[in-house]
Design a binder for this molecule. Structure first.
Ligand SMILES: O=C(O)c1cc(C(=O)O)c2c(n1)C(=O)C(=O)c1cc(C(=O)O)[nH]c1-2
Length: 257
């Protein structure tokens, strides 16, 4: 059944998008329930931060892919801010530091070597494939679908607001300064998702294009969910750690055989 075929207005589209988030966003994933509930060990939290680095590192690349195909200077100007948020502004503008540096600070605080994290060698294969699929989607689909695929950010402030107190209360190896990345996203994400939501409400002007917007959001929820499936399988359920992927100190001997 094509559940989102026949959406008749921007209001119906927005309602459908919020329904998709309520059913499919990765706050519902069992790995996140464990992470935010303080029920992982340090090695498992390290594995999450390390793998999530790959997502962080590819976000500005997918945003650059979107910018590169954009003919509207207004949309380019708005979207450029996303790249500065992650890479840091040139010449120390707006504080200079970007999200990628902040993420590496989180990794370092967890006891990981930032050079190892940035080298990307320890990433799970399925995380790599899921994140790369996002970048290709943005580069290849319509501009409307590319913008729509960022709409998971509508639901990100909720997860960050849960993660900050959850991790601070649940882990004695997590400190306030390591949560800097998420605190800043609490204001950046609503700005970005507000713009993207207005954009799709205005530009998806037929039932077919509204359905394409919904499918782009479903695809993106799958990208996020698949990353956590891979982490859960390798580091929680004992499914085996693929050769070459990060092995936490307390899990040596658990590599896939
Ligand atoms: O921690 C999270 O759960 C989470 C989720 C998402 C998301 O929903 O895609 C993003 C972020 N964080 C994030 O920090 C971020 O910068 C970001 C950019 C984007 C995007 O698709 O352009 N999503 C997200």
């Amino acid at each position: 059944m094509r559940r989102y075929a026949g959406l008749a207005s921007a209001e119906e589209l927005e309602k459908a998008l919020r329904e998709i988030g309520a059913e499919r966003y990765h706050n519902l994933h069992p790995f996140h329930r464990l992470l935010h509930g303080g029920r992982l060990n340090r090695g498992q939290v390290q594995a999450w931060a390390l793998n999530r680095y790959y997502y962080q590192s590819r976000i500005p690349m997918k945003d650059a892919a979107l910018l590169a195909r954009c003919t509207d200077p207004g949309l380019r100007r708005e979207w450029l801010q996303r790249i500065l948020d992650h890479d840091g502004a040139p010449g120390g503008r707006e504080g200079g530091e970007g999200g990628i540096e902040r993420w590496l600070r989180l990794c370092e605080g967890l006891g990981l070597d930032p050079v190892y994290v940035g080298g990307e060698t320890g990433i799970l294969p399925a995380v790599r494939f899921a994140v790369d699929a996002y970048r290709h989607f943005v580069a290849e689909r319509s501009l409307l679908e590319a913008v729509a695929s960022s709409l998971t950010e509508l639901f990100a402030p909720g997860i960050h607001a849960e993660r900050i107190p959850g991790m601070l209360a649940g882990y004695d190896f997590v400190s306030e300064s390591m949560m800097g990345y998420f605190r800043i996203r609490l204001t950046q994400a609503p700005r970005d998702s507000g713009f993207a939501l207005d954009y799709v409400r205005e530009h998806a002007d037929s039932p077919e294009s509204r359905e394409a917007v919904c499918n782009a959001l479903i695809f993106k929820c799958d990208v996020l969910w698949a990353q956590l499936d891979a982490l859960h399988h390798a580091y929680v359920l004992g499914g085996g750690i693929p050769a070459g992927a990060f092995v936490p100190e307390d899990m040596t001997g658990r590599a896939a055989s």
